[in-house]
Design a protein around this ligand. Structure first.
Ligand code: 5AD
Ligand code: SF4
Length: 491
């Protein structure tokens, strides 16, 4: 059991942390694996769980595919283009396999779930197919595939959260880490394949999440991003035995162990309390689920970053209904207003889809003006891509011509560019606390970091003693559309 207050672990059997993911000496490991990830942050976090499971089996990671006995591709199905990219890559790996017989190729993640045995039977592209809830069975599947069988496990689970597995941090900067807090999704957005590829929503044990964050902090990490398809519906009932959280009070003196139910607001609070030096971020929020309680919790803790990714998808109530988003344009606008009331300095970003079924110019204009109303700092923008099996595929015709989808997308991109620039110009002359993440890619005499609002800030090192992982006070004196430029100020 893990004590949420002291952070002490009594009877742990966590996996993975004793192993260095990349060993210089190949003889240390039975086999070498190479893993490539596509898609969302959740997929990258999953690859770290996979690496941990494989490490435990005595497999070591390599950054060089040519050295690998096992090649893993963690795939994304969200849009057709994502799938095409992965297919091309798998074809390249098949060629590599011809040169090196005995190399095994495994497809993981959402495409594995969507296409299942098709990969093995029709296309003979790969040797192993594993869905997102079946990673624990990977070692057994590798053994099966080595014996010449075609190995597959795409069972979805209602329980699996990999709570006990300590992810091996791959390609990490050692400063920020992703922590998965839930899996799956119960929202049936009509355009989205995720409920089919990742299954039902389930929340991970709160104690194991807090423990993972605490360990990250103890190991020098300064920022955690809590991940879920819909973090605001996080809900975990602590087991009914006397809980280590009973009697634990938050800053307001309210008991946070009440009923032993952990909501997202409470989880945020528990993680924020690990240390004021640990920044907490989260993604993604569904506008229908983010509560005032979450907003107030964010406002109360300086180390919970003032940034919310709040995908709108469309600004037209009619289209939102067809998308099954369960909110109206007005409801979304009220939510943005509420965020700004409670946290005037909060950054907001969005996801937008153009050219969804039946979308007309009026609907499109509604999207453009909800963007202007919301003053997004940043958006991820896409044109609609019909996905087999989704509600929209079954119910509606994908009737907007591609050139119209793309023209509208361009208008959305252009507007977002102006909004981002405007938002950055407003920051000129302001002071921000920046967490240094790395050297600037373009100039080794500069540092790069982020503000609480998730804006990238680049500034000269200035002969100071600061280094990666330090907090530094920066005054902004210039900007582009994508970046703030500043200088260190002595406070
Ligand atoms: N077509 C285009 N974009 C999509 N997204 C999800 N499904 C589709 C689709 N079929 C976008 C949504 C979502 C983001 C992760 O990807 O905007 O929020
Ligand atoms: Fe992530 Fe969705 Fe892509 Fe799956 S389909 S990898 S959940 S973005």
């Amino acid at each position: 059991m893990f004590d949420l207050i002291t952070g002490k672990v009594q009877d742990e059997n966590r996996q993975g942390e004793a192993y260095a993911p990349f060993a210089n000496d190949p003889s240390v490991y039975k086999k070498r694996f190479y893993i490539e990830s596509y898609g969302c942050q959740m997929n990258f976090a999953d690859s770290e769980i996979v690496a941990s499971i494989l490490n435990k089996e005595g497999f070591g990671a390599t950054r060089n595919v040519e050295d690998a006995d096992l090649i893993f591709v963690n795939t994304c199905s969200i849009r057709e283009k994502a799938e095409q990219t992965v297919r091309k890559r798998l074809t390249e790996f098949r060629k590599l396999k011809k040169k090196r017989p005995g190399t095994l190729v495994a497809v993981l993640g959402c495409m594995a779930e969507r296409l299942k045995s098709k990969f093995l039977e029709e296309e003979k592209l790969v040797d192993i197919v594993v869905g997102p809830d079946a990673y624990r069975t990977l070692p057994a599947l590798v053994t099966e595939a080595e014996g010449g069988q075609r190995a597959i496990n795409v069972l979805l689970s209602r329980e699996e959260t990999y709570a006990d597995i300590s992810p091996v941090r791959l390609n990490s900067n050692g400063i920020s880490a992703f922590v998965s807090i839930m899996r799956g999704c119960n929202n049936m957005c009509s355009f989205c394949v995720v409920p089919f590829t990742r299954g039902r929503e389930r929340s991970r044990d709160a104690a194991s999440i807090v423990q993972e964050c605490r360990e990250l902090f103890e190991n020098g990490y300064k920022e955690v991003t809590l991940l879920g398809q819909n973090v605001d519906s996080y809900y975990y009932a602590m087991p009914s035995q006397p809980s280590s959280m009973d009697g634990h009070l938050n800053e307001q003196g309210q008991s946070i162990g009440d009923g032993n139910v952990i909501t997202f607001a409470l989880l945020l609070e528990l993680i924020a309390q690990i240390s004021p030096e640990l920044r907490v971020r989260f993604s993604t929020s569904h506008p229908k689920d983010i509560t005032d309680e979450v907003l107030h919790t964010m406002a109360r803790y300086q180390n919970i970053c003032k940034y919310i990714h709040l995908p709108v998808q469309s600004g037209s109530t009619r289209i939102l209904q067809l998308m099954n988003r369960t909110y109206t344009r007005e409801w979304y606008m009220a939510k943005v207003k509420r965020i700004r009331e409670i946290m005037p300095d909060c950054g907001i970003s969005s996801d937008i889809i153009t050219g969804f079924c039946t979308e007309n110019e009026e609907d499109h204009k509604d999207t453009l003006n909800i963007m202007a109303y919301s003053r997004y700092d940043f958006s991820y923008m896409f044109f609609y891509s019909e996905r087999p099996g989704t509600l929209a595929h079954r119910r509606y015709q994908d009737d907007i011509p591609e050139e119209t989808k793309k023209r509208r997308l361009q208008e959305v991109i252009d507007l977002q560019g102006r909004l981002s620039h405007e938002s950055n110009r407003k920051d000129l002359g302001k002071i921000f606390i920046v967490l240094i993440e790395s050297e600037s890619k373009k100039d080794s005499n500069k540092w790069m970091g982020r503000s609480s609002q998730n804006k990238v800030i680049v500034f000269p090192k200035d002969n100071s003693n600061y280094t990666k992982g330090d907090y530094v006070t920066i005054k902004v004196n210039d900007c582009t559309q994508a970046t703030l430029l500043g200088e260190i100020v002595k406070m």
